[in-house]
Design a protein around this ligand. Structure first.
Ligand SMILES: C[S@@+](CC[C@H](N)C(=O)[O-])C[C@H]1O[C@@H](n2cnc3c(N)ncnc32)[C@H](O)[C@@H]1O
Ligand code: SF4
Length: 360
């Protein structure tokens, strides 16, 4: 077992999909929220459980939205997710094909699925569209369910195609034996890897997880106590007892490495000249807020003599944007009802504001 430079742990080689993901090179393509399962740890919010499509944070109406988002990110691949992407098979295959046509054969596409719908025919469609890697997450912790038996049978179909096959399941404390069973099952079929996710709570699954006795590791983290330790135990066991590759993907990897790297790639393509790109990949700039934006603009240009090209009137957000230093100077010089702030935003489609510092 080795510790990666990304706060995660691995046995043997990292799957290709993971290698690109940690560098922020994978577009997250959510092709539907529909899913045949109802995992107690499902992190999706109720509106993501609907039949919706997103490319990263961007809602998708047409294929061009996906291509545009991939270009902004300078994506070199995509992770197709859901829900279960096979619940909308034709749409999923169409998007994979479009990405391959636009960005070339080397654009690496991996896909997550429950296995409930992976018939030979369905897999053939995905293979023909160009899918490179498939990751199964069967209902391991409900071994007596009918669905689980269907999923396990269906997983076998994936080995008829020339792509990488693996598993990906969360390390649910107390379920080590089930995960080891799955590892042996995959190994016996000739799979390449098993990825294990450190279990995390979200607003949606917190109640369920607390009711079952799971607890966050601290107030600052969304990781669940005991999950990382279980993951490490499985990796040590897997190294001895199977020939699979393993990757234990931690909550810290997702926040501190993957997201940050993706933001940095996006920031350089969306930053306006008055924005500074921070180490974390956020956009930092100054803003002025006032009821009447036209009046504010006139005040800044004519009375404070700020060159017009330093200012951007953002009517949607009801503010004028400018370089940070200009806002700092103006905040000192202008008295009255105009409010000045330094803000930091994600360079994502939804432009989430992560910091707002009022200027005196
Ligand atoms: C977010 S899902 C997306 C695809 C699909 N919905 C699924 O569950 O397989 C991708 C992976 O996340 C993992 N996962 C699901 N719930 C999780 C949670 N609460 N914490 C950490 N990982 C989780 C599973 O191992 C799954 O393979
Ligand atoms: S398979 Fe994924 S989307 Fe479906 S219920 Fe489980 S965690 Fe949620």
């Amino acid at each position: 077992m080795w510790e990666t430079p990304y706060f995660s742990y691995a046995v043997r080689e990292l799957p290709k999909g993971c290698q690109m993901c940690v560098r922020g090179e994978k577009l997250v393509l959510f092709t539907t929220g529909a899913c045949p399962r109802d995992c107690f740890y499902c992190p999706l919010s109720p509106w993501r459980r609907e039949d919706v499509v997103y490319a990263n944070e961007r809602p998708v109406k047409r294929i061009d939205d996906i291509i545009e988002e991939a270009k902004i990110q300078e994506a070199r691949g995509a992770g197709v997710t859901g829900g279960d992407p096979l619940a909308r098979l034709d749409r999923t295959a169409e998007y994979i094909r479009a990405l391959k046509e636009q960005f070339g054969e080397k654009f690496h596409v991996h896909l997550y699925t429950t296995g409930a719908l992976t018939t030979k025919k369905a897999l053939e469609k995905l293979y023909d569209a160009g899918l490179d890697e498939i990751r199964f997450h069967p209902d391991l912790f409900n071994p007596n369910s009918r669905l689980f038996r269907v999923e396990i049978e269906n997983i076998k179909n994936a080995f008829d195609f020339d792509w990488d096959v693996g598993g990906e399941v969360p390390a649910v404390p107390g379920q080590g034996e089930r995960i080891k069973w799955f590892a042996e099952f995959l190994d016996g079929l000739g799979a390449k890897f098993l990825n294990i996710n450190e279990l995390e709570f979200s607003e949606t699954n917190l109640r369920n997880l607390l009711d079952k006795g799971y607890r966050p590791i601290s107030d600052e983290s969304s990781a669940i106590k005991g999950s990382l330790e279980l993951g490490l135990e499985i990796l040590r066991w897997g190294e001895e007892n199977t020939s699979l590759s393993y990757h234990l993907c931690t909550s810290k990897l997702k926040d501190a490495v993957q997201l940050r790297n993706r933001l940095r790639r996006m920031a350089k393509n969306v930053a306006k000249p008055y924005m500074e790109i921070t180490e974390d990949g956020t956009l930092r700039f100054g803003i002025a807020e006032y009821e009447d934006l036209d009046e504010l603009y006139t005040l800044l240009v004519e009375e404070a003599e700020v060159p017009g090209e330093w200012l951007y009137v953002n009517r949607e957000k009801g503010r004028i944007e400018m370089p940070e230093e200009v806002a700092v100077e103006l905040a000192e010089a202008i008295e009255g009802d105009v409010r000045f702030f330094i803000v930091e935003e994600y360079p994502t489609w939804d432009r989430i504001e992560v910091e707002r510092i009022p200027l005196p």
